[in-house]
Design a protein around this ligand. Structure first.
Ligand code: MG
Length: 216
């Protein structure tokens, strides 16, 4: 199988949850919501409101905020790229894969400015061969098309196989398998009791990189 490694971004290469927690603290301060608001925001995030337009609709109603949803969401998109981090050991892991002959790309769902901002500010643009963002391409994981774009930008053909690494069972693992890729699922405890048939299950992207390095 060709050495193509596709990685999800949020909570795979970068720790979005940590950044979200920081953002929630800042947001509660900004609107004078008190510290219980931080827990409420985090609980809502974990309860599965990934689409931010829906999320901010709920937030605005709950706290009876004066600003429109679009304004709240827009502030969030502008701020998050400044709060996310990619750990140095993850950057090193990407570098080692590329040195070993792997082509490495990011395949991520989300709005263009937010995802691109995160990739740029963390330095990931230079750490990978390519990236494919749903907000730019108009196509989302688990659709095979987004994986195809990433592979093509790495100069390889998706039909020759490779690997997908991510934390979302449908978008990353289901999508990767439908695209003919082998998969490593990062289990963060968010999918209790869900069936899956990922090739490997890990709890951290560094373990996924070790698995790839051991491939021949
Ligand atoms: Mg993710």
């Amino acid at each position: 199988m060709q050495r193509l490694a596709l990685f999800d971004l949020d909570n795979t290469l970068i720790n979005l949850d940590e950044a979200f927690q920081t953002w929630a603290g800042e947001f509660a301060d900004q609107y004078g919501l008190g510290c219980e608001a931080v827990d409420w925001l985090i609980a809502l995030d974990r309860a599965g409101y990934p689409h931010r337009e829906v999320f901010f609709g709920r937030v605005r109603d709950h706290f009876t905020l004066p600003d429109p949803v679009e304004e709240l969401w827009s502030q969030y998109r502008g701020r998050m790229p400044h709060l996310v981090r990619c750990r140095p050991e993850v950057m090193d892991g990407l570098s080692r894969l590329r040195t070993s002959g792997w082509k490495v790309a990011i395949v991520t769902n989300g709005t263009a400015n937010n995802q691109l901002g995160k990739i740029q500010r963390t330095g990931l643009t230079e750490a990978v061969d390519a990236y494919a963002l749903s907000g730019v391409e108009g196509i989302r994981k688990p659709d095979t098309g987004l994986f195809e774009i990433a592979a093509r930008r790495c100069g390889v053909d998706l039909a020759d196989g490779g690997w997908m690494v991510g934390d979302h069972l449908v978008a990353d693992i289901g999508g990767g398998q439908a695209a003919g890729l082998r998969t490593v699922w990062i289990d963060r405890g968010m999918w209790p009791g869900h069936e899956h048939d990922a090739d490997h299950v890990v709890t951290d992207v560094l373990q996924a990189m070790e698995i790839l390095q051991a491939e021949r």
